[in-house]
Ligand binder design. Structure first.
Ligand SMILES: Cc1cc2nc3c(=O)[nH]c(=O)nc-3n(C[C@H](O)[C@H](O)[C@H](O)COP(=O)(O)O)c2cc1C
Ligand code: SF4
Ligand code: FES
Length: 637
């Protein structure tokens, strides 16, 4: 299906007058439309690239795209409105601050206060503060996104497109220096920051562990290059599988290995592959979910940036197993280095005969295309992602039917996470029994845990499924940072729950965690020290869900803002017990009746605080917070 064929009806639009554009702008626009218009599932990617010309999407330009592609203009407006990275007007210069739990725990609230005070005193600086969701680099927390290379004297703050912003770890010390530089009117304030400023790649540090599966090459320098990848056996498993194994053999091996999806739901991968294989239809698709948006999660980023060929190899094996020749990698729009590396790796793989027609001289063919997300957490849901690829706002679909029967363009579709697919080559090379045996406490295999927050060594750890939280946090992560007493740990990111230190011996596997009101999810584990307020953190998570709710179903659209209000009523002993009852009722209603996982789990963090931390709630009163975070004055960002 072509970019221009995704709509079942066409509304003719008079070609707009482009004379107001400069020659160069017009040439770039025409080149982009020409480049993308015949590419499958490319509308959003094309729009994002067009936006890079101006930093926003002028109406004239959308009119032109509508007329060139013969799609209704109103559909393009709907897309522009839906995705956070798309803008209808020039973006005011801003400093973005991540407000999710891992950044809050590491002092993000104080950073926000310092900067907002400085900017409020000096509005002439011309910058404003903006709350951002998790940027996928929580090991660097607290994280800020700054305009790069702006010169205040000329008012030349650039909108954040292309490479015009930088993501940075902004401690309170650095924030104080930044605030001083801003009020002194120093344009090039970024160079004054002593904390490490990232290049294109940001965070997602990998802590090497003895057993490497999805992270098998990350200790090698330059593993993203095809020659390096091949020198260490890359693509050999794909070649062997294509020559010697049937698709059914591959599915059986993956099923026997016990591999579970690493994207959040933990669904058995072999079973999913079997369902897509069996689904009737000549045309099927594979979609690689590289949208990594769960707060606290930064595990796919290193694979995408530093080992993209491993992902391609895993995806090609999966495509062979389920019987498809077409696939898409849906990449988080903010991951700039990953975008470059993947584009390059796809071209290299095509050139070397590992993608395209008759791969490795066998009858199997696969086209794999890179497509970009545009700043929507809910687009990470598999059905929302399919909507997005079809060129619409990412609204989750009602399930069933499941993507394995009725997926992209109505065809059977396999959706798998990056880590899941990157594990496949090692499993097929060393055997399902080897992989299964890596797990602990009754679990099979390994998982990458994203450890962040008040911990000595934050980072990504590939370790056995079923190891205990204590081993992860203390043996591997070095325990709580600066010996701060541990108050809680959040397992499963925003979709999970807070657990008390008494639960540190819980195995990190799905069933044990769910029984305690948490979840393994995508593997995020956030350590919370004594100076953090759990109600403040639960509020952040709940507000995140309320903001990211797509509004397609009533329980979530209406219920998530009510949860935030009820959370505030918890602070007052007079309304506390009523609020607790209401939160429990709402949580049950959301779980039962929301269309997608976002609404279903929106109350989980708050419910876990009610369940495990009654003393923390009781210690609050109007204007009183036991650690002085949430009861004083206005809420912090
Ligand atoms: C709101 C929401 C956001 C999600 N975000 C992601 C994501 O960023 N990455 C991901 O792989 N899965 C995400 N998922 C899970 C996907 O829907 C799907 O289960 C997963 O991609 C399947 O791959 P797996 O079986 O390999 O885990 C999300 C689900 C929901 C409900
Ligand atoms: S649960 Fe929320 S995010 Fe999911 S479809 Fe409904 S409104 Fe949208
Ligand atoms: S980068 Fe701030 S929470 Fe992930």
């Amino acid at each position: 299906m072509r970019c221009s064929q995704i709509h079942s009806f066409n509304i003719p639009v008079t070609p707009p007058d482009l004379s107001a554009l400069s020659g160069e702008e017009k040439a770039r626009l025409l080149r982009l439309v020409e480049r993308w218009q015949n590419e499958p599932a490319a509308l959003l990617t094309m729009i994002l690239e067009i936006q890079e010309i101006w930093g926003y999407l002028p109406e004239r330009v959308l009119e032109y795209v509508a007329s060139a592609l013969k799609v209704p203009l109103v559909d393009l407006f709907a897309i522009r409105e839906f995705y956070d990275l798309l803008h209808g007007a020039p973006v005011p210069a801003r400093i973005g601050l991540c407000t999710n739990t891992p950044c809050a725990v590491r002092g993000g609230g104080r950073v926000a206060r310092l900067l907002s005070e400085a900017l409020a005193k000096h509005p002439d600086v011309g910058l404003h503060l903006e709350e951002l969701p998790c940027q996928g680099c929580c090991d660097l927390a607290p994280v800020a996104v700054l305009p790069a290379g702006g010169r205040r004297e000329t008012g030349d703050w650039r909108p954040e497109t292309g490479n015009r912003s930088i993501t940075i770890r902004l401690t309170s010390g650095a924030a104080s220096r930044l605030a001083r530089a801003l009020v002194r009117g120093e344009g090039d304030f970024v160079s004054q920051l002593k904390s490490p400023v990232s290049g294109l790649s940001t965070g997602g540090r990998v802590k090497l562990t003895p057993t490497r599966v999805a992270y098998r090459n990350l200790h090698r320098p330059e593993a993203h290059r095809l020659d390096v990848f091949r020198a260490h056996g890359g693509y050999a498993t794909l070649e062997r599988v294509l020559r010697t194994s049937s698709p059914e053999d591959v599915i059986a091996a993956i099923t026997d290995s016990g591999l579970l999806g690493a994207g959040g739901a933990g669904f058995p991968t072999g079973r999913k592959w079997g369902a897509v294989r069996k689904a009737p239809g000549d045309q099927k698709f594979i979609v690689v979910n590289a949208d990594e948006g769960e707060p606290g999660t930064f595990k796919d980023r290193p694979i995408l940036e530093r080992d993209p060929h491993l992902l391609i190899e895993g995806a090609a094996i999966a495509a062979y197993a389920v019987g498809t020749t077409q696939g898409f990698i849906y990449l988080r729009g903010e991951y700039r280095l990953a975008r470059e590396r993947l584009a390059c790796a796809l071209a290299e793989a095509r050139g070397a005969g590992f993608l395209g027609g008759r791969i490795a001289g066998t009858p199997f063919s696969l086209e794999l295309h890179l497509r970009l997300g545009a700043g929507s957490y809910v687009a990470g849901d598999e059905t929302a992602m399919l909507e997005s690829l079809e060129g619409r706002p990412a609204l989750p679909r009602v399930k069933p039917p499941y993507p394995s029967d009725h997926g992209l363009f109505g065809r059977p579709t396999l959706v798998n996470n990056v880590e899941t697919l990157a594990a496949v080559p090692a499993i097929l090379e060393r055997g399902p029994a080897w992989y299964r045996g890596l797990g602990r406490n009754g679990s099979a295999g390994v998982k990458v845990y994203c450890l962040s927050g008040d911990v000595t060594r934050p980072g990504n750890y590939e370790l056995p499924r079923g190891l205990t939280a204590r081993e992860l946090i203390f043996t591997h992560g070095g325990g709580a940072r600066r010996k701060t007493p541990l108050k809680a740990f959040l397992v499963g990111g925003a979709s999970g729950g807070f657990l008390p230190p008494g639960e540190l011996d819980i195995p990190l596997e799905i069933a044990s965690l769910r029984a305690k009101g948490a979840d393994l999810g995508s593997g995020a584990v956030v350590v919370v020290g004594a100076q953090s307020c759990l109600l403040d953190l639960a509020r952040r998570e709940t507000r995140f869900f309320a903001k990211e709710s797509c509004g397609a179903c009533d329980p979530c659209r209406l219920g998530t803002p009510v949860l935030v209000k009820e959370l505030d009523r918890l602070l007052d002993p007079r309304t506390r017990s009523q609020a607790e009852t209401r939160i429990r009722e709402l949580g049950a209603a959301l779980l039962d009746s929301s269309r997608c996982g976002l609404g279903q789990v929106a109350a989980f963090p708050l419910l876990s605080v009610l369940r495990h931390f009654p003393d923390e709630i009781a210690a609050h009163g109007p204007g009183r917070c036991p650690v002085g975070v949430c009861g004083r004055g206005p809420r912090r960002a």
